[in-house]
Write a protein that binds this ligand. Structure first.
Ligand code: PLP
Length: 397
């Protein structure tokens, strides 16, 4: 059978390639950081990682991981409920709920798993999930695994959310689900307004803080901090793979009864391995650092404002952002690809996004700022945008 299947797969691959959608992976030979070395030996400044706080190669996290490797070993060889729970896993869960001001937390191998395992154990056929149209793929997949009725509202559109809530009144329980920060525009979910609608139409709220935790809010506690709603939403999911060190791991945190039920019934938790002890130990260290100082969040916010301000002053078209994501709008897919290559020639690594990742005619370069970027590195990126922008007739300074 494989002969004919192989032909089929090869045809699919060729179609992806000819549509210009084939994803090539660039090989990095240095640790992740503000400056990276790629396989051909070239050093480039990295503006496309989720390394928002610059923790991916932080000496304190490396030291905590190395120490745990000695004291707790390399791997757990077990799921949590058989023999995969160490003191560090419990401590990390408690650090997570302390950070978000929630009642309890449960760890997963990734936030993809947290979202995959959150809906099905909690809601059934008689219930409703009301989901933002731009929510992350893992939320979409998680909702698919659950029998609840599905409602969808246009991105951050509160009139549409209200209509969907009205339509969902016949259901037993209602859960509104939203990303905290939407990764393509960098906009923040209007949680204050969502909360009012949830009160009015008797619904619960779940926020995925993957791109917002560590980033949004004065002390990086995410959108619940930004809207002064810490502890107010029922469910928060998030990742340890972005601002929080960038290794691996996800979590769900919120009301303690919900977390307790997830420990009993959530399939990616019950049937998948525990995170490595060194990752848990580095996570604990990371949350303690955040309790001690707000230096990294302050630096990130300062870097983001500086960058956005200078880009606007040069005449670039920037999506309004409330996160560390800065979408430089170019609209045309070909131009976005050309700008990304030209930027790389200048030693700046940024990525162009175009259809189907963003709507047709909405192509852009997504710049991600980090606390690890120095002022000189930001200036180098800005200078490259200026040079490329003038050369491509995008700006005229
Ligand atoms: C990145 C991301 C995830 C997936 O996180 P992993 O821990 O890498 O699986 C889930 N949700 C959102 C909103 C994300 O941005």
């Amino acid at each position: 059978m494989y002969d004919t299947f192989k032909t089929h797969v090869s045809r699919e691959l060729a179609a992806i390639e000819s549509a210009g959608l084939y994803k090539n992976e660039r090989i990095i030979v240095s640790p992740q950081g503000a400056s990276i070395r790629v396989a051909d030996g070239k050093e480039v400044l990295n503006f496309c990682a989720n390394n928002y706080l610059g923790l991916s190669n932080h000496p304190k996290l490396r030291a905590a991981a190395a120490e745990a490797l000695e004291t707790h070993g390399y791997g757990m060889s077990s799921v949590r409920f058989i023999c995969g729970t160490q003191d560090v896993h419990k401590q990390l869960e408690s650090e997570i709920s302390h950070f978000f001001g929630t009642e309890d937390a449960i760890l997963y191998a990734a936030c993809f798993d947290a979202n995959g395992g959150v809906f099905e154990p909690l809601l059934g056929e008689e219930d409703a999930i009301i989901s933002d149209a731009l929510n992350h793929a893992s939320i979409i997949d998680g909702v698919r695994l659950c029998k609840a009725q599905r409602y969808r509202y246009a991105n951050a559109d509160m009139e549409d959310l209200e209509r969907q809530l009205q339509a969902a009144q016949a259901q037993r329980y209602r859960l509104i689900v939203t990303d905290g920060v939407f990764s393509m525009d960098g906009n923040v979910a209007p949680l204050d307004k969502i909360y009012l609608l949830a009160q009015q139409y008797d619904a619960m709220i779940m926020v995925d803080e993957s791109h917002s935790a560590g980033v949004v809010g004065a002390t990086g506690r995410g959108v619940t901090e930004l809207y002064n709603m810490k502890g107010e939403v029922e469910i928060i999911t998030g990742t340890l793979g972005k601002a929080f060190g960038g290794a691996i791991g996800g979590f769900t945190t919120g009301k303690k009864e919900i977390i307790e039920l997830l420990r009993q019934r959530s399939r990616p938790y019950l049937f998948s391995n525990s995170i490595p002890p060194m990752v848990a130990a580095a996570g604990i260290q990371m949350f303690r650092m955040m309790d001690e100082t707000n230096e990294l969040q302050d630096k990130l916010h300062e870097n983001t404002s500086y960058f956005v301000e200078k880009m606007l002053a040069m005449g670039f078209d920037i999506k309004p952002t409330a996160s560390a994501i800065c979408a430089v709008m170019l609209y045309d897919a070909r131009v976005a690809q050309e700008v990304a290559s030209a930027m790389l020639e200048e030693g700046i690594y940024v990525i162009g996004f175009y259809y189907p990742v963003v709507p047709k005619g909405q192509a852009r370069i997504r710049v991600q700022l980090s606390a690890a970027h120095t002022r000189d590195q930001l200036d180098a990126c800005l200078a490259a945008f200026k040079k490329v922008g003038i050369a491509k007739n995008i700006i005229n300074v």
